[in-house]
Write a protein that binds this ligand. Structure first.
Ligand SMILES: Cc1cc2nc3c(=O)[nH]c(=O)nc-3n(C[C@H](O)[C@H](O)[C@H](O)COP(=O)(O)OP(=O)(O)OC[C@H]3O[C@@H](n4cnc5c(N)ncnc54)[C@H](O)[C@@H]3O)c2cc1C
Length: 446
């Protein structure tokens, strides 16, 4: 550079590196829950989020007892109970409106004897974005919590065992550099962290339908006897129709469209689909709030751990959303990984073996419980293969004729989580009771 220019060009940027004990990529509900537990345990945690706020797209709506138990341990339950809608009725399986809307079977929480399960309701319904905002508000009260919005993760480097992990983001004004002892990837199914480590996302993508999640204001209860959670069983017009919250919150109508419909035309299917799904007087009068098409997958990362980088939530696994098990499993991952770090930092446990165990236990939980159950859910509303149909008829028949089925299902949803790492003496850590690495997300709705 011509020395005369020195006074007229800006000085070179100073490259600073911000450090945290644990960095989490992704401020979805999974990253936020992990951050809350870590911060409550006094661990210095930094969240890096690509967006400028909590994502608002319509996704999870239902949190089952197995997850509520985890949320209760970190003090979130009262806020979630207040903001959400308790499903005290159960789940209705029914035909589509176009085929008469007849109820095929019903899980009835009223049939579950009082006091026989901890949570005597089938879950709390609440939009995922509100759940995330509630967790964030709790995080913000913690001294050791930091968040950087608008910071998109782009790269990670791990050197020697004793060296910190280096992380690069693209922030509002260019590249930003960070370092940490450990990195948690909670950046969703398209995880940039997972991809940057070349970890295969094994499994398959459903090719028989695209999934559309719409939020709509409509009087389902008034017009059609719908209750909080409804599964519509049909070869073409299968759907999930459920509350996303209390009172005037929109309802979720999630349905499938054929994969040969061009992307640009998918949402044009919606009025005709609603015509076949929605009860009530015609012409239909509804207020569409939002609608997004998705591909649905059954995929799991080949490993949840590479060195000091751990995968969590959708970054590690993705399943079709019909049974509502994706975030359920992810929140249990978050609780488990945070429990590991609480042991490592606050109780000097050896890190590598514990984190290896986390990676195996949570990957196995998805493979052995979440994946088969979520495939069952999808087939139950959609497939008319003779074997599936026979199994479905058997399930419906049992629900309709065997009164013990209601307690059995409620018990499964409340199932106590096995924890091979339980250390009761760790109870009483500041702000948390959770000390377990969670073995399985066994609970489902069947
Ligand atoms: C229609 C639909 C309905 C569903 N219903 C249910 C349900 O009822 N119950 C249930 O349990 N599950 C449900 N799921 C699944 C659930 O939505 C996901 O499992 C959940 O979002 C996973 O949470 P997460 O925090 O792991 O990832 P996400 O919620 O995807 O959050 C990832 C975060 O990472 C950020 N991010 C991404 N890339 C980067 C980057 N490079 N750098 C920094 N930040 C980044 C994103 O902006 C986002 O904030 C549903 C899904 C869909 C699509």
């Amino acid at each position: 550079m011509n020395p005369n220019y020195a006074s007229i060009v800006p000085p070179a940027d100073e490259i600073s590196i911000e450090h945290a004990q644990v960095i989490i990529v992704g401020a979805g509900p999974v990253g936020l829950l992990a951050a809350l537990k870590l911060a409550q345990g006094g661990i210095d945690v930094l969240l890096l989020e690509a967006d400028k706020q909590v994502l608002q797209s319509p996704r999870a709506t239902t949190y089952m007892p197995i997850v509520l138990n985890e949320l209760e341990k970190v003090g979130l339950f009262p806020d979630i109970e207040k903001a959400g809608h308790k499903n005290k009725e159960g789940i209705i399986f029914r035909k589509s409106h176009a085929k008469g809307g007849e109820t095929l079977a019903q899980l009835k929480m009223a049939q579950v004897p009082k006091g026989s399960v901890k949570y005597d309701f089938a879950g709390i319904h609440l939009g995922q974005q509100t759940l995330a905002e509630i967790i964030l508000s709790h995080c913000e009260k913690q001294k050791t919590f930091r968040i950087r919005w608008g910071h998109r993760f782009v790269g990670v480097k791990q050197s020697g065992e004793a060296d910190p992990v280096s992380v690069t983001c693209v922030g509002p004004v260019g590249e930003k550099f960070f370092s940490c002892d450990y990195l948690i990837a909670a950046d969703g199914a398209g995880s940039a962290v997972r991809r940057s480590l070349c970890i295969p996302f094994e499994g398959f993508t459903w090719q028989d339908f695209r999934f559309v999640a719409s939020n709509v204001k409509y009087d389902f209860e008034g017009y059609g006897g719908f209750t909080t959670a409804n599964m519509i069983v049909d070869e073409e017009d299968w759907a999930v129709i459920a509350r996303t919250g209390p009172d005037d919150a929109p309802w979720r109508v999630a349905f499938g469209v054929r994969t040969d419909i061009p992307e640009a035309d998918i949402l044009k299917q919606l009025p005709a689909k609603y015509e076949r799904l929605l009860p009530g007087p015609r012409p239909l009068k509804y207020e569409l709030v939002s609608a997004n098409p998705y591909w649905a997958h059954q995929r799991v990362a080949a490993t949840f751990k590479v060195g000091k980088v751990l995968l969590c939530g959708d970054a590690g696994h993705s399943n079709n959303p019909i049974g509502g098990l994706g975030l359920t499993t992810g929140l249990l991952d978050a609780a488990a990984i945070a429990n590991c770090f609480l042991r490592i930092y606050n109780h000097n446990e050896s890190a590598d073996a514990l984190l290896e165990r986390y990676a195996k236990v949570r990957r196995d939980a998805w493979i052995n419980y979440t994946n088969p159950q979520s495939i069952d859910f999808k087939l139950r509303v959609h497939s008319f293969h003779p074997e599936v149909q026979a199994a479905r008829d058997g399930f419906f028949n049992a629900l309709n004729t065997d009164p013990s089925m209601h307690l059995k299902m409620a018990t499964m949803m409340n199932e106590v989580i096995e924890d091979e790492f339980a250390q009761p003496e760790l109870n009483g850590l500041p702000g948390t009771e959770a000390n377990d690495v969670i073995e399985g997300s066994k609970s489902g709705k069947d």
